[in-house]
Design a protein around this ligand. Structure first.
Ligand SMILES: Cc1cc2nc3c(=O)[nH]c(=O)nc-3n(C[C@H](O)[C@H](O)[C@H](O)COP(=O)(O)OP(=O)(O)OC[C@H]3O[C@@H](n4cnc5c(N)ncnc54)[C@H](O)[C@@H]3O)c2cc1C
Length: 533
């Protein structure tokens, strides 16, 4: 048996991407395997809040300290993925103003710069905030784009020699006669072909699915699938993150991001059988709207674009099957010492914004086992796209698409061809994505379909939800791989996926627009009618 790799990483969410980057930067031969596209799990279904840690300061001081340290690192190494908005924790008349002092004190203990400001100053800083507030605390919260952050980590891993396989599902963990883990078997999502890959160490970074991966290796991890639902609004009503100053509860965070804002989240335990099929219920929509309007009343008249839900990969203590003592802290399991399974490590728990530290812990452990003496450098070395400071980058491009692309790809925008009129023409008006950017995503960012394209470029994420851009982007994809038939199935898959998020909030203008989209694609383009062979 040939051990082709030092490390195989299972899971193309932010944790797996971070592990692959860290391992390859330390010179380890690395393979990253994802069953669908990158960010298909919780990483593509969260709030995008760059926590200052304030939310956890009172209830989970360890997580709060981790968050603020990583917050400062991400601002530096991932500047093109982060918006430094700051945040406000507001107290409304129905809340206990006495909580504010405990909150500020706990923040300070965790190293978070939190200070009370006059409610009038809060309204001046963030005009969308509920004007009946009776207290406000300013904290260094921000917004982080999970898609950009994950792709930047994967791109850097590849630049350091890592190999990346998407649409390959791990279906078994291979072991030798002594019980040591020696590799994985994967099944190709499209062809259903199976293949084995061998490595010295396998790192399980499969989020909530890590429970099943651990079972394949013969280990039990007491995971707690906690569903959270969110709503995306069609406009960015707030520029600062808005939180309620109280113990974490439902729908008490409003995060701005690019052209939109997001309210979330709910929290409920779901059975493992449901984690692949998360639907947002009418009750969840109602709670999110009711509580969201308390933070920013203008949400009541702002169009909702879509609803979605993700599952947090939380881990309950081994002696706590009920999950009551769950922390948002990082869980790094050495299955050799814990379960007698050498060659196998699980990294889970934590948060999007502590992914880098999670990766550092997992790769430190792997290096110790492999006898490799290389220090982690991910806190110092900037991600591709964030290598130059915003001051060093040209402030404005020649086209709207170029300016928008700079926000999405940082200094790597220079690799996007915008030399011809065709390159500069716009594919997605809502998000200002050009033909050149779409082609760049196809050639350089591993895009194989429209759903992947949306995650790399924001095509179809805007107000029309793909109504006008889906067919144009599909045309470019078809041109790139020379298969028009694939473009038709691509559009159908993409529009069905968009509809899943629209369905829970399909009323009024949103429903009209969805019907219009369906009329365009079914009535005019003939999508949905049997294709001639
Ligand atoms: C509603 C909600 C809101 C949140 N808000 C925030 C926030 O604002 N800020 C923050 O910091 N954190 C937030 N989080 C937490 C954060 O999203 C997660 O902690 C983080 O994304 C987990 O990343 P991960 O890579 O560990 O897991 P995932 O992103 O779930 O990745 C696991 C990957 O493994 C893949 N996989 C599964 N099985 C297999 C297999 N057999 N073979 C190959 N691949 C497989 C999956 O397809 C998936 O892509 C939120 C979470 C939720 C659910």
């Amino acid at each position: 048996m040939v051990q082709e790799y030092d490390i195989i990483v299972i899971g193309g969410g932010i944790t797996g991407a971070g592990v692959a980057r860290d391992a390859s930067m330390r010179g380890l031969k690395t393979l990253l395997v994802e069953r669908h596209d990158l960010t298909d799990g919780a990483t593509g279904r969260n709030h995008g809040l760059l926590h200052s840690g304030a939310r956890y300061a009172v209830t989970d001081s360890e997580s709060a300290s981790e968050c603020i340290r990583e917050n400062m690192i991400l601002r530096r190494i991932a500047s093109h993925c982060v918006e430094q908005t700051d945040g406000l924790f507001i107290t409304l008349p129905e809340d206990d103003l006495g909580y504010q002092a405990t909150f500020i004190e706990s923040c300070r203990k965790a190293g978070i710069n939190a200070f009370a400001i006059d409610p009038k100053e809060a309204i001046r800083l963030e005009p969308s905030v509920n004007k009946s507030l009776i207290g406000a605390v300013r904290v260094p919260d921000g917004a982080v784009d999970p898609f950009r952050l994950t792709v930047a980590n994967v791109v850097d891993a590849q630049l350091h020699g890592a190999e990346v396989l998407t649409y390959k599902q791990v279906t078994s963990i291979l072991k030798d006669d002594s019980g040591r883990v020696t590799g994985i078997e994967v099944t190709d999502f499209h062809t259903k072909q199976q293949k084995k890959y061998y490595s010295k160490i396998v790192i399980n970074a499969a989020g909530i699915w890590g429970h099943g991966i651990a079972q394949m290796a013969g280990a039990q991890v007491n995971m707690f699938p906690a569903k959270g639902a969110l709503l995306i609004f069609g406009h960015r009503v707030n520029n600062m993150v808005l939180n309620r100053c109280r113990k974490p509860a439902d729908a008490d965070i409003l995060v701005p991001g690019d052209t939109i804002c997001l309210i979330g989240t709910t929290s409920s335990r779901v059975p493992f059988e449901e984690v692949d099929n998360m639907n947002v219920t009418p009750q969840e929509v109602e709670v999110l709207m009711r509580e969201g309007e308390k933070l920013a009343p203008s949400l009541a008249s702002t169009r909702i674009l879509r609803a979605y839900a993700g599952v947090r990969p939380l881990v309950a203590a081994d002696n706590d099957p009920s999950g009551r003592s769950i922390s948002r802290g990082i869980v790094c399991l050495d299955h050799e010492t814990r379960d007698g399974i050498p060659g196998f490590i699980s990294i889970t728990g934590g948060k999007l914004m502590t992914y880098r530290l999670m990766a550092e812990w997992a790769v430190d452990l792997a290096c110790k086992k492999l006898g490799v003496d290389r220090k982690c450098e991910t806190a110092e070395v900037c991600l591709p796209g964030s290598s130059s400071t915003p001051q060093e980058q040209p402030r404005v491009g020649t086209t709207i698409g170029q300016r928008a692309a700079r926000g999405r790809h940082g200094e790597r925008t220079s690799q996007i061809s915008l030399s011809s009129d065709t390159d500069r023409s716009i594919v997605c008006e809502c998000e200002e994505v050009s033909v050149g950017e779409v082609n760049y995503a196809i050639e350089k960012l591993g895009v194989t379909g429209l759903v992947d394209m949306r995650r790399r470029t924001r095509v179809g994420m805007g107000t029309c939800q793909g109504e006008l851009c889906a067919c144009r982007a599909a045309g470019l994809l078809a041109k790139a791989d020379g298969c028009a038939q694939k473009a038709i199935s691509n559009v159908a898959e993409f529009l069905n996926e968009r509809w899943k998020g629209i369905r829970p909030i399909a009323w009024g203008e949103t429903l009209c627009e969805a019907q219009f989209t369906s009329w365009i694609y079914e009535g005019v383009c003939g999508l949905g009618t049997p294709q001639e062979k």
